[in-house]
Design a protein around this ligand. Structure first.
Ligand code: UDP
Length: 262
């Protein structure tokens, strides 16, 4: 989408700041075409290496934003020798890397930015996914934050192909402009790729992982200091120790695979 795209292990990223991303998304909303936007994190990049369908899909999205400090680091280390890349990795918590990717843009931040702008521009939103009741609670929180917001529907459902027809009808009945899908990666991205064309009013669809869980208050986000120093994963490990394998993938396996693939 942006002129300058960079690739991390074959997954493209747009070299845009958070505010430029929002500007681009709102331009897309006024276009005649439909757009899939993804927020790949290190785990998704790893998954894509063993899943050609997922990789191809991430290469076809209109816009990809880096959801993870590991990706910002990888972008800055892309052309460095190994020793320099490792040094940059070690310095991450204290030194923001100079990188073609201006900043990390998490799914939660992007979600809130889009909701805020949508509330000012009368764009209609549908929230799909998460456990029963979570999308509805997310809607209530958003209505408190942004009183003008138009959330025209919520549905928990499942990413199973058997439910697609029903979900597609639910969405088409209320004609949203923006669709957020919270089924976790890669199910949500595959769901969007299979169904976007069947929902013609949806101009922008984005997979948002556990975002509804955070916004609805089901799960608390890390303190700002940890977010800013790239250590949000540490807080997540403390809060949800059962995620250790996923966190190890992001913090150990991804850097290792990236360094050895250069
Ligand atoms: N989820 C769902 N149906 C499924 C699998 C997952 O609604 O069949 C939801 C789950 O409740 C959670 C989100 O998908 O809200 C995925 O969260 P996860 O923590 O895996 O995503 P991440 O933020 O780590 O990408």
């Amino acid at each position: 989408m942006s002129e300058a795209r960079i690739s991390i292990m074959q997954v493209p990223f747009d070299t845009l700041t958070r505010s430029q991303i929002i500007e681009s998304i709102f331009a897309l909303l006024d276009s005649d075409t439909q757009h899939h936007i993804a927020t790949p994190n290190p785990e998704m990049i790893l998954a894509a290496q063993n899943d050609p369908e997922f990789l191809a899909l991430l290469q076809l999205t209109t816009l990809n934003t880096p959801d993870g400090i590991g990706i910002v680091w990888a972008a800055s280390a892309e052309h460095d020798p190994i020793w320099k890349s490792v040094l940059k990795l070690a310095l991450l918590p204290v030194k923001k890397p100079r990188t073609p990717l201006p900043e990390r843009v998490t799914g939660v931040d992007l979600f809130l930015d889009i909701c805020h702008h949508a509330s000012q521009t009368s764009k209609k939103i549908f929230l799909l996914g998460a456990q029963p009741g979570v999308a509805e609670k997310t809607k209530q929180v958003l209505e408190t934050l942004y009183p003008q917001i138009q959330i025209v529907g919520t549905h928990s459902g499942s990413p199973s192909p058997f439910e697609e027809e029903k979900i597609k009808d639910l969405i088409n009945d209320v004609s949203p402009d923006i669709l957020f899908v919270a089924y976790g990666a890669p199910a949500q991205e595959k769901w969007i790729a299979r169904n976007l064309r069947k929902m013609p009013t949806v101009k922008v669809a984005i997979g948002v992982g556990g975002t509804f869980d955070f916004v609805s208050g089901q799960i608390r986000r890390a303190p700002l200091l940890l977010q800013k120093t790239g250590l949000e994963w540490l807080y997540r490990l403390y809060k949800e120790p059962t995620r250790w394998k996923r966190i190890a993938n992001a913090t150990v396996v991804f850097p290792w695979r990236f360094l050895t693939s250069k």
